[in-house]
Design a protein around this ligand. Structure first.
Ligand SMILES: [Fe+2]
Length: 243
């Protein structure tokens, strides 16, 4: 398989990966203005872009996902809970759904908490092994931190959902699974993020302070000192969901 991580605006991390042998690929969390980068990388790798996915409707940057999808004729995908919220047609993804990219398989994990529509993508390279190799965690789990739970309002309820998502979907994964998050240090989507843009489930379980707490302590920890809301948040969300 091939794999690229793009460090871009607002301390965001985007992903482009797939199977060079079968010529299939996926673009994840594309930031507006970066669309040409993905098209260039697809040319270099000799692949078609088969899916463009946002791990959630972003509140801290303008998404380039829908535009890239239109440019390359791929479906633009979001979690199915965005039906009725997002005002244009998109390909709805559901928990447990499998997406195939040749020798690479991607499983959709619904992980609400940062936002109700947050998903993670669990990736297996069948040329290397039958079990997953890494997980793209969006704004659910960062290196050294956890996504903020307040953007949808009702932050205590959302923090509880985030606890469930982490403990039922991500932490049961094997320790050697790599984590590729949606942001690194400098982002307003969480507090205390590392400047290192990847980690593993095992390392985060041991050293990420939020992952060893009981549910009530976790909710308190996550809602105690919430960073200021992204400056243009309302305008960005509106742009990301409007027709
Ligand atoms: Fe986010």
């Amino acid at each position: 398989m091939f794999f690229r991580q793009l460090a871009t605006k607002e301390s965001s991390l985007s992903y482009f990966f797939g199977c060079g042998t079968k010529g299939k690929s996926m673009a994840v969390d594309v930031v507006a203005g970066d669309e040409e980068w993905f098209i260039e990388e697809a040319k270099k790798a000799g692949v078609t872009i088969n899916f463009v996915i946002d791990t959630h409707v972003h509140a801290d940057h303008y998404s380039g996902g829908r535009k890239l999808a239109q440019m390359v004729g791929a479906p633009y995908c979001l979690h199915e809970s965005d039906k009725g919220i997002v005002k244009f047609d998109f390909e709805p993804l559901s928990d447990g759904q499998l997406l195939n990219l040749g020798n690479v398989d991607v499983e959709v994990l619904h992980t609400p908490g940062h936002t109700p529509d947050s998903i993670c993508l669990l990736v297996t390279d069948r040329r290397r092994g039958e079990l997953p190799w890494f997980v793209i965690t969006g704004d659910t789990l960062f290196v050294g931190s956890i996504g903020r739970p307040d953007l949808a309002g009702k932050e205590k309820e959302m923090a509880g959902q985030l606890y469930e998502s982490l403990h039922t979907k991500l932490l049961p994964l094997p320790n050697e699974i790599e984590i590729y998050p949606g942001h690194q240090a400098g982002s307003v989507c969480g507090a205390g993020l590392s400047g290192k843009p990847s980690s593993t489930i095992g390392f985060e379980k041991r050293w990420n302070p939020g992952l060893s707490m009981k549910r009530t302590d976790f909710i308190e920890y996550l809602t105690k000192e919430i960073p200021p809301r992204p400056a243009e948040m309302d305008r960005m969300v509106e742009a990301n969901i409007s027709a």
